[in-house]
Design a protein around this ligand. Structure first.
Ligand code: DGP
Length: 115
């Protein structure tokens, strides 16, 4: 069974893709929390950060470099942006396929809501 994001990556479900290569794919979040809200997703089906293998370091680095380049092409590199990876339930992860959120285009405010 492939994940929701694998179906998007493979084109089985529609999305607004902004980048893809042999390792990662990036598409706009369906429910954007900022003017720019892009998800950078590895083609490899890693469920969470906790499921990363020791030799996945280059893949995670690639995700961040793609986010850097997309921030530049979106015109938010100079003003700044936020990168987030949620992990499992208490981290707020909803989709169990590793993804990096790139958000910007407005002041992003406090990092977390303090309760
Ligand atoms: P997270 O909570 O970190 O697992 O973030 C999941 C994000 O995925 C959330 O911001 C909404 C987005 N999302 C969920 N389903 C879809 C979808 O079908 N298409 C797109 N483009 N984004 C989705």
């Amino acid at each position: 069974m492939s994940t929701l994001f694998t179906k998007i990556i493979n084109g089985e479900l529609p999305s607004d893709k902004v980048y893809e290569d042999d390792q990662v794919c990036a598409f706009r979040d369906i429910n954007p929390a900022a003017p720019t809200h892009i998800l950078i997703v590895p083609r490899k089906e890693v469920a969470t950060v906790d499921d990363l293998a020791d030799d996945d370091g280059a893949l995670v680095g690639k995700m961040i470099l793609v986010a850097r380049d997309l921030a530049r092409s979106e015109g938010i590199a100079d003003s700044g942006y936020r990168l987030i990876i949620n992990c499992k339930d208490e981290g707020g992860q909803e989709v169990p396929h590793l993804h990096l959120h790139l958000m910007g285009g407005r002041p992003m405010g406090p990092m977390v809501v303090r309760t």
